[in-house]
Design a protein around this ligand. Structure first.
Ligand SMILES: [Zn+2]
Length: 212
């Protein structure tokens, strides 16, 4: 009881989308809605959750294409780290390169910052700034679930790539060091694919993933 959550894939690249909510107030926060907004709205309705915010690990199209529709159908803020402002404003570049429709994103409502928790109802999660895959890439910690949502920083199959616009291999190294130091009994959920442990980061980082 307290903080509840659901994890499900969304969008063409099967982005791991996470809905977290407070079971006392039914207010929730959604992380990385990659697509399929109708399915996400159905999940919100099923659970009786009022969406208060969408928080993005980073500004790549495959983890945010449902944002415009969800904004139309709910009253929620969109949160992103300021480091990804340029990627957000130039979303058409990556969309064209990877064959996605260019979304009409509008403005970010609030900038994420490490040290400032995200609150919904009587619950909260914390923000980690994990640059490398993109300058403003963030992860989210849910201590009560022993769960770290690490976005595209690292996957079970390899480290997040740093060769996309504004990627930074040096910063990524420091990010992977931080993720390796998370408690051994925590579950790390990447932005795509299966979950992993912090101990698995060491092996994963010897390879680079190919996704977006
Ligand atoms: Zn990405």
């Amino acid at each position: 009881m307290g903080l509840e959550h659901l994890i499900f894939p969304s969008g063409d690249l099967g982005c791991n989308t996470v809905l977290l909510w407070c079971d006392r107030t039914r207010e929730g926060i959604l992380l990385d809605p990659g697509g399929e907004p109708d399915e996400i709205l159905a999940i919100l309705a099923d659970q009786g959750v009022a969406l208060r915010a969408i928080a993005l690990t980073h500004a790549h199209p495959d983890n945010l294409l449902a944002v415009p529709s969800l904004r139309e159908e709910t009253v929620c803020d969109v949160l992103l780290h300021k480091g990804d402002r340029q990627l957000w404003e130039e979303m058409d570049v990556l969309c064209k390169e990877f064959g996605f429709p260019v979304p009409d994103l509008g403005d970010v409502d609030e900038w994420l910052e490490e040290g400032i928790p995200l609150r919904f109802g009587k619950e909260s999660i914390s923000v980690l700034h994990l640059p490398g895959h993109s300058p403003g890439h963030c992860g989210f910690l849910v201590p009560s679930l022993h769960l770290a949502l690490i976005g595209d920083a690292c996957f079970a199959s390899g480290a997040g790539r740093t060769d996309l616009p504004l990627g930074d291999a040096h910063a990524q190294d420091a990010t992977l060091d931080r993720l390796s130091a998370l408690p051994p009994d925590w579950t790390l959920l990447p932005g795509h694919g299966p979950s992993m442990s912090s101990a698995a980061i060491a092996k994963a980082r010897t390879r680079t993933s190919t996704g977006l």
